[in-house]
Design a protein around this ligand. Structure first.
Ligand code: FES
Length: 165
């Protein structure tokens, strides 16, 4: 069993730890750091519940080893809210009723954030493609798409969408 010391910036804060070479990133986040907003649905890279951003790109954290995150910058769902203010994506999921059980929601929002970073004004088709690696078993995708459209508009033109409307 080989142990590695890693240093990873997560949500703007530096974390350090000793991890086994085989430890999956999602397990380190949840079990060691207690960042449990990142969910595990399948553990086999199918569902997207574990999606986070690694250096700004969406990654399923069950497909990556913790040692591979050494020196990288991560954003998890816990990093979306800033100074007690919901991120437009969180607000959009609330306003558009885009969740029921909520299990897929963190992964959905992180996949959507990666999409909006590379494409601030996506079409409905582009949104559907952007979240195609993320499964939802209860709402269907209509309101999730609406939530992402809400966030896209708010991020482009913050004054156009009143908060909580
Ligand atoms: Fe990683 Fe399902 S838990 S894709």
């Amino acid at each position: 069993m080989s142990i590695h010391h890693i240093r990873v910036t997560i949500n703007g804060k530096l974390y350090e730890g000793d991890v086994e070479a085989r430890t999956l990133l999602v397990h380190w986040l949840r079990d060691s750091l207690r960042l449990t907003g990142t969910h595990i649905g399948c553990d086999t890279s199918s569902c997207g519940a574990c999606t986070i951003l690694v250096d700004g790109k969406a990654v399923k954290s069950c497909t990556m080893l913790a040692v591979q995150a050494d020196g990288r910058e991560l954003l998890t769902v816990e990093g979306l809210e800033q100074n007690g203010k919901l991120h437009p994506l969180q607000e959009g999921f609330h306003v558009e009723h885009a969740l029921q059980c909520g299990y897929c929601t963190p992964g959905m929002m992180m996949a959507a954030l990666a999409l909006l970073k590379r494409n601030p004004d996506p079409s409905e088709q582009e949104i559907r493609e952007g979240i195609s690696g993320n499964l939802c078993r209860c709402t269907g995708y209509v309101n999730i798409v609406k939530a992402i459209q809400y966030a896209a508009q708010k991020l482009r033109e913050p004054e156009q969408v009143p908060a909580g409307s």
